[in-house]
Design a protein around this ligand. Structure first.
Ligand code: ADP
Ligand code: G6P
Length: 465
């Protein structure tokens, strides 16, 4: 039987402890633990000299991880991946910078990782590469003569062509992407942006069945929205509802309504706008003072990238200012916690809350939105307030969908969510559970891998014809 080899920059920790916060690690771990396979990527360590992969087996997953030297980390991870690609792909060209040496480092690390993976590969392995750190990875493997099926899934948005062209080496990068056999996107919108870029630039064409012919390659480009396991989440939310931190939050709320937000502390998540819209809600609805709190859990991420240091400072300032303005001796409007929690505890927090407040300015999917819905008690569910710019908005019709740039609209949505009658909450929840069950995490993995199998077989037949 062929092995599944997953490749990503971030690999979920192999030791006991908190999982990495982030949709990729959470989704891939859940998907891989079921099928078994190899997970290759960065160990999360900065080392003196990048050495050979460390191999460790846990259950049916074999982890093969490598360290990055300080120079590799600075150029490939902190630099081109997170200070050029991440902001540009999230429509924040104002925060993006470009440095040729960082780009060279990005290409160099991709080439080296490909070489290290090649040494571990068997001829019938299937390779599934994840996310923006590794756009050139298949091209690097092909250059080394690797002929295995290689698929790619982009967890973040794919920007419209005008935005992509702000990344100076856009042409070379997209050309390298065309070496994959299948390219998966979170949404139809992302796939369309990719095809638009190729077609308008005269680089290739797409047909109705999703096949693309570009830069001399035939491959498939399609949307495979990442999902969750809704029933497992619901079960965890119930099981963990008696744990100490959950009880502590329940006691702290003392009968107050709870608006719950959980994100990595990232400028793409719209945290500042979210706090300001909550402030506007408090201004508009004094009757709610003392009766509702916003709990924002936001562990710092990529804290050595300057733009992340700035967002943290701004947000601390805003939380302090808003609390100073409205707090009463026995009521703090915003509780802002910079820490991670065990995922099951988060699900129990979600179940206890009346509103899930998920308002990114731009997001590939946003698993938190799906986790929020799955955690609810169907008999008395909370309401999801969701940004129209999260990929999840295409699949969760029962949410109160808002424009995160419209603070007044968000404030109104909060008020509406807090006062929504039970029958409407139940109907909206049921509307969202159906697609969550239908497009769960195994469907994401299985449809992607089935397509990869078909396309790669067809490509081999053509190559050998
Ligand atoms: P992103 O991938 O951009 O971080 P997602 O919402 O898609 O955004 O995925 C985030 C994942 O990380 C979710 O599964 C969520 O439960 C988890 N997560 C987010 N914040 C925390 C936290 N404070 N502690 C633990 N897990 C977290
Ligand atoms: C998002 C990205 C992932 C990344 C995660 C956490 O989910 O799509 O690729 O792993 O954020 O970010 P980090 O930089 O800590 O890996």
């Amino acid at each position: 039987m062929s092995r599944l080899i997953v490749v990503s920059n971030r690999v979920a920790p192999t030791q006991e402890g908190l999982p990495a916060a982030g949709g990729l690690a959470v989704g891939v771990l859940d998907a891989l633990q079921e099928t078994g396979g190899v997970w290759f990527g960065w160990s999360g360590e900065i080392v003196g000299e990048a050495g050979e992969p460390v191999i460790e087996k846990q259950g049916n997953v074999t982890y093969a991880t490598v360290g990055l030297s300080r120079r590799d980390y600075d150029q490939y991870y902190r630099g081109f991946s997170n200070a050029t690609l991440w902001p540009a792909f999230h429509y924040r060209t104002d925060l993006a910078r470009y440095d040729r040496q960082e780009y060279a480092g990005y290409q160099r690390v991709n080439a080296r990782l490909a070489k290290q993976l090649k040494a571990l590969l068997r001829p019938d392995d299937i390779v599934w590469v994840h996310d923006y750190h590794l756009l050139p990875f298949a091209a690097c493997l092909r250059e080394l003569g690797v002929r295995n099926p290689i698929g790619f899934f982009l967890h973040i948005p794919f920007p419209v062509p005008e935005m992509l062209r702000t990344v100076p080496p856009h042409e070379a990068l997209v050309k390298q992407m065309c070496s994959y056999d299948v390219i998966g996107f979170q949404t139809e919108t992302d796939r369309q942006s990719f095809v638009d870029y190729l077609e308008r630039g005269g680089f290739g064409t797409a047909s109705d069945d999703g096949m693309v012919h570009a830069h001399g390659h035939m491959f498939k480009a399609a949307a495979y929205p990442i999902g969750v396991y809704p029933d497992a989440i619901a079960k965890a939310a119930v099981q963990f509802s008696d744990r100490k931190p959950v009880r502590a939050l329940r006691d702290a709320m003392r009968g107050r309504r709870l608006i719950m937000s959980v994100d990595r502390l990232d400028y793409s998540k719209g945290l500042v706008e979210r706090f300001q819209a909550f402030e506007r809600f408090l201004l508009n609805a004094p009757g709610w003072h003392g009766r509702v709190s916003l709990v924002q859990v936001a562990p710092p991420t990529r804290s050595d990238v300057q733009t992340y240091q700035r967002i943290r400072q701004t947000l601390e300032g805003e939380a302090g200012r808003i609390n100073g303005r409205f707090a009463q001796l026995d009521w703090t409007p915003i509780q802002y916690l910079n820490r991670k929690y065990e995922r099951n505890l988060l699900m129990a927090f979600f179940r206890m809350s009346q509103v899930g407040y998920v308002t990114p300015l731009r997001d590939g999917m946003n698993l938190v939105a799906k986790e929020y819905v799955a955690s609810q008690d169907p008999a008395d569910p909370g309401v999801l307030v969701l940004s129209q710019f999260a990929g999840a908005a295409e699949q969760l019709p029962g949410a109160l969908v808002v424009n995160p740039f419209d603070l007044s609209q968000m404030a109104e949505a909060l008020e509406r969510a807090l006062s929504m009658p039970l029958a409407e909450r139940q109907a909206r929840h049921a509307d969202m559970m159906a697609p969550l069950r239908e497009m769960d995490l195994s469907k994401w993995r299985d449809t992607f891998l089935a397509d990869l199998g078909h396309v790669a077989t067809a490509a081999t037949v053509t190559r050998n014809a």
